[in-house]
Design a protein around this ligand. Structure first.
Ligand code: ATP
Length: 274
């Protein structure tokens, strides 16, 4: 199928930002991913769904370079990744937003958001503080830099973790995230707090489509999050991408796996996980 590029031209595919080719991963004797191919293009808002334990988070950790594949190849902007992210930096920054906001409770919001800059850059602290403030503004948390995580709601803590993932690295722009990986960012939030976070994800995406962090992958079990934040969805099951389509097609396909997942029925090809 011809792909539309961002100018609406056909037959002019942009260079993929991430490519997984024949990726396999097992833990012990259990095969989690079995020769998975996946291509992510600049500007993609890709959702990964599927039953619990099917390997969705594992895919994110592989893309982030936190976990090595057993076999297959990962290309980041056309460059074959060798080893893990700590061994060889990628040509672009890849940010990850975890289900638990993963903030340091003993550090302020400022110290959490600017953590890697305070640790690794030579920028003066006043400059880093400015970058932190800018990042907090973008997630709607301006003025909260001196608070501690314990003083924030769950939704606010998640937004702090977004601010940390998208902070600019002016000394080394390759560290600024060009792709964000969201692992269940709305899990545990009430429906209204989820909507705030979903809107933020979309706003960050739409505002940044042609530059840094305008591309993301979303892993979630929340129906509203899939509908409100993604354009394209893949369904992972038994180690394989079993279905791929648009959010709209999710509602209409009669693919047996999607139909069962959509209705939550225990009858069907997916075995209930306990
Ligand atoms: N480091 C690890 N060591 C051993 N097993 C692991 C490890 N990481 C993941 N697994 C196992 O791999 C399987 C896939 O895990 P993963 O977290 O990727 O699933 P998931 O689809 O994201 O699940 P969920 O929807 O429940 O979050 C699970 O059975 C998990 O227990």
């Amino acid at each position: 199928m011809a792909r539309l590029d961002h100018n609406g031209d056909r037959n002019c595919p942009p260079e993929p930002i991430v490519e997984l080719k024949g990726i396999s991963k097992s833990f012990g004797n259990t095969v989690i991913l079995d020769q998975v191919d996946l291509t992510i293009y600049p500007g993609d808002a890709l959702g990964i769904i599927g039953p619990s334990g099917t390997g969705k988070s594992t895919i994110l950790r592989l893309i982030a370079g936190l976990l090595p594949p057993d076999s297959g190849e990962i290309y980041i902007k056309g460059q074959l990744r060798q080893g893990l992210i700590e061994d060889n930096p990628d040509p672009i920054g890849i940010g990850m937003v975890f289900q638990q906001a993963a903030l340091f409770d003993s550090l302020t919001v400022d110290e959490n958001v600017g953590f890697s800059l305070y640790q690794h850059s030579k920028l003066p602290h006043s400059e880093i503080r400015k970058l932190v403030e800018e990042s907090l503004e973008r997630v709607g948390l301006g003025g909260s830099a001196d608070l501690y995580p314990a003083q924030l709601s769950g939704g606010m803590r998640k937004r702090v973790s977004f601010a940390r993932a998208i902070i600019a690295h002016p000394e080394d722009p390759s560290h600024s995230s060009e792709i964000l990986l969201y692992d269940e960012p709305t899990a545990g939030l009430d429906p209204i707090a989820s909507t705030v976070v979903e809107d933020l994800i979309r706003d960050l995406h739409v505002g940044q489509k042609h530059c840094s962090c305008g591309t993301y992958v979303m892993v979630t079990h929340q129906d509203s999050t899939i509908r409100r934040t993604t354009d394209r969805v893949i369904f992972l099951y038994r180690g394989k991408v079993q279905w791929e389509g648009t959010v709209r097609e999710l509602d209409h396909t009669d693919h047996p796996l999607i139909r069962q997942f959509r209705t939550g029925s225990i009858e069907g090809p997916i075995r209930a996980a306990g």
